[in-house]
Design a protein around this ligand. Structure first.
Ligand code: ADP
Ligand code: MG
Length: 679
């Protein structure tokens, strides 16, 4: 199998240099990658329906014979219309095809054929628009691949077929035989054939189970590998717990949970035989920054240098502004380093870090650039860590020798997943909000009530507050039903918010422009911030009291929770209004969870239950690779794969045994897809 990853995709029959480009767009650059490119879903052509028995609400395969075909005619808009009549002996159905004149000859041959599409019933009259047609021999389960413009379904299917033909008779299976037996998993060859061209839905399920198992297993091996080597040396312990000195300088009293978390961190650094390796999970607004600051203070007062890395410049600056005065007045030197730090200052910071004058550096991923060297880096803190690629985190860590590590996550992760993703990380949970916080009241409406929602925002603006409006996309999009931030902003200019000062923030803007808009909003110079999800991370503007989320169905629950966390950060009661026109039960049920609870952990559990673990992966969420096979039904696999990973690593921690060579290869492959991904 590894060797197929060396054969360029263009070597496949029917793939030339031009379509090769399109394959590459989908990430398919080699024959091996094509084989590992699994269908998105399947069409069931295996048991064709008769016309009257076919479902009318979902596409299905109907078997019928062509009775009559009319010549293609040109209609308005330059389209070509082709019509045909088919019958199954009992009923008749009319078919329409647009711009597919080439089907005329095929249909005229007559005889029985398969038609895949949605049957519409009007009285006792049936019709199907633009069906896919095939020979009755094509009955079976058809793979549907994720598409890219210009690459037809047929082309992908053929490529998958010829790629599978290139598989050797005997494939080296990355899963050792012993593991396959223990968990009753089919072998790789069978799984690959059946995931593309299943003989039955049972065979498909077996293939998927096996591929998901493999994927989850190599994910865990990879994570363990990344952590490998750590914990071997003795850490730089600290001598004194001075955290109280810092705590009493804070302008507020810490919550019990904050105190507990600080205590746990300090104990790790004081007395554990290993460097601290701790994850602080706290819901939005639970006060993670204060915890991190107290830990930095304690480490710095004990002579360790600290690096505090945030995923965006806005956040880094925010942390710097709220912490530097406190730390500075306690005699610690604290500096800020981001992509926009001027060269001269940058040089000064570099030398300050090298000679040890700087105790605490707060910054963005600028901190991991090569020119940055520390004199005695002893503590690495990453905030909102799900935005960092795993690779970036380790780049910072290796600038010290076995520093203590504190990871702060605002995305509550269900415990089952946290165990897996963070393996041996110790966990502190901030399950308590600072006093006086009110629950953000959350509503779900459809777009017919948008005007009222805007009126509600107007009222809040008149009272001196601010609002966020979140849209899923930027600029004109093909999916016109989606509200895009730019168009939306223009729409608002002409709405009842025309008097409001409106700003626009989206991911395609230059960092400097983003900063500027954010700063204006922070300073209260803008009333409304229309934004894509860039506003999701950590931004703290307590005066903002309303958030309106358009096309809420497009977001995951955890993401909605993050977004909502931008409001309700002050003393005022806050509101979150989600708009969706999607009336499907699943969507409504999912979104209603938001109205019912403000508890991030409960929401994460629901998200996991409703969407499966796949969504927790992908570099954007947790800096972990995207999963291709593992999905909803694989929760119990998680436990099995954890167990399997553990037993493999116990006897072969470096995956160097011959029977683990395939696993080592797949692990490298999975993680080369992740890494280095910063928003
Ligand atoms: P998050 O956990 O989302 O990062 P922050 O650290 O940004 O939360 O804290 C949110 C807000 O709550 C900040 O304005 C912070 O100053 C404030 N805060 C944190 N801890 C407390 C506390 N114990 N009492 C009152 N306010 C607090
Ligand atoms: Mg934060």
């Amino acid at each position: 199998m590894p060797s197929l990853f060396k054969i360029p995709i263009e070597k496949l029959k029917g793939v030339g240099p031009k379509s090769g480009e399109l394959f590459r767009k989908l990430g398919i650059d080699t024959v091996g990658a094509m084989i590992r490119f699994y269908p998105r879903t399947y069409e069931d052509w295996s048991n064709p329906y008769s016309i009257s028995e076919a479902p009318t609400d979902t596409p299905a395969c109907v078997k019928a014979a062509v009775e009559e075909v009319s010549r293609p005619v040109r209609i308005r808009g330059g389209m070509v219309l082709l019509k045909a009549q088919v019958t199954d002996g009992e009923d008749r159905m009319s078919l329409t095809f647009f711009n597919q004149a080439y089907l005329y000859d095929k249909l005229r041959e007559g005889g029985e054929m398969l038609f895949y599409g949605t049957v519409k019933k009007l009285g006792n009259y049936y019709e199907m628009a633009s069906p896919v047609i095939a020979d009755p021999l094509a009955a079976g389960i058809h793979p549907i691949y994720p598409k890219t413009a210009g690459l037809s379904a047929k082309k992908l299917e053929n490529a998958a077929k010829s790629a599978l033909d290139m598989l050797p008779q005997k494939i080296n299976d990355p899963l050792p035989e012993e593991i396959r037996c223990r968990y009753d998993l089919c072998d790789l060859g069978e799984a690959l054939h059946n995931v593309h061209f299943p003989d039955s839905f049972e065979a498909l399920e077996r293939a998927r189970t096996r591929l998901a198992f493999e994927e989850l297993l190599i994910l865990q091996l990879g994570i363990a590998n990344m952590r490998g080597g750590r914990k071997k040396t003795t850490p730089t312990h600290i001598e004194h717990d001075v955290s109280d000195e810092f705590i009493c300088r804070l302008p507020f009293t810490l919550t019990g949970a904050q105190k507990r978390a600080i205590g746990e961190c300090v104990t790790d650094m004081l007395s554990s035989p290993y460097p601290m390796n701790r994850l602080v999970q706290g819901d939005v607004g639970s006060g993670k920054t204060a915890v991190a600051a107290a830990v930095c203070y304690t480490a710095a007062k004990n002579g360790l240098q600290c690096a505090f890395m945030a995923p965006t410049e806005i956040l880094a600056r925010q942390h710097y502004e709220s912490l530097s005065a406190l730390l500075q007045s306690a005699g610690l030197r604290c500096e800020l380093l981001t992509g926009s730090t001027k060269a001269a200052q940058r040089r000064e910071i570099c030398s300050g870090l090298e000679n040890g004058d700087i105790d605490i550096i707060i910054g963005t991923h600028a901190l991991i650039s090569d020119e940055i060297n520390f004199c005695r880096l002893g503590l690495v803190v990453t905030d909102e860590q799900h935005r960092f690629g795993v690779a970036q985190r380790s780049a910072l860590i290796t600038k010290g020798s076995d520093p203590h590590i504190l990871v702060m996550s605002a995305t509550p992760i269900p415990r089952t997943l946290a165990l897996m993703i963070f393996g041996d990380l110790d966990l502190s949970i901030l399950d308590e909000l600072p006093p006086g916080r009110q629950k953000t009241a959350t509503y779900l409406i459809d777009s017919s009530k948008r005007i009222r929602a805007l009126g509600f925002i107007k009222k809040h603006i008149q009272e001196g507050h601010q609002a966020y409006i979140v849209c899923p996309l930027v600029g004109q999009s093909e999916m016109s039903e989606l509200q895009s931030a730019e168009e939306y902003e223009q729409m608002l200019q002409g709405s009842l918010l025309s008097d409001a000062r409106i700003g626009l923030l989206h991911g395609k803007m230059k960092p400097r422009d983003k900063e500027k808009v954010m700063a204006q909003f922070s300073a209260g110079e803008l009333d409304v911030l229309v934004s894509t999800t860039v506003v999701e991370v950590g931004v703290d503007v307590p005066n903002a009291t309303v958030m309106l989320i358009e096309n809420a169905e497009r977001f995951g629950l955890s993401q909605l929770h993050q977004l909502r966390g931008r409001v309700g950060r002050g003393k005022e009661k806050a509101f979150c209004i989600m708009i969706t026109d999607n009336q499907s039960n699943t969507t409504q049920e999912r979104l209603r969870v938001m109205c019912k609870t403000n508890d991030g952990f409960r929401i994460a559990d629901e998200d996991l239950r409703l969407r499966g673990p796949g969504d927790f992966f992908g570099s954007r969420q947790h800096g972990l690779p995207e999963l291709k096979a593992a999905g909803m039904s694989d929760m119990e696999q998680l436990e099995n794969t954890r167990e399997a990973a553990h037993s493999i690593l116990l006897c072969d921690p470096t995956l160097s045994f011959p029977e683990h060579r395939g696993l080592a290869f797949e692990t490298d492959r999975l993680f080369s897809r992740a890494g280095g991904h910063l928003n």
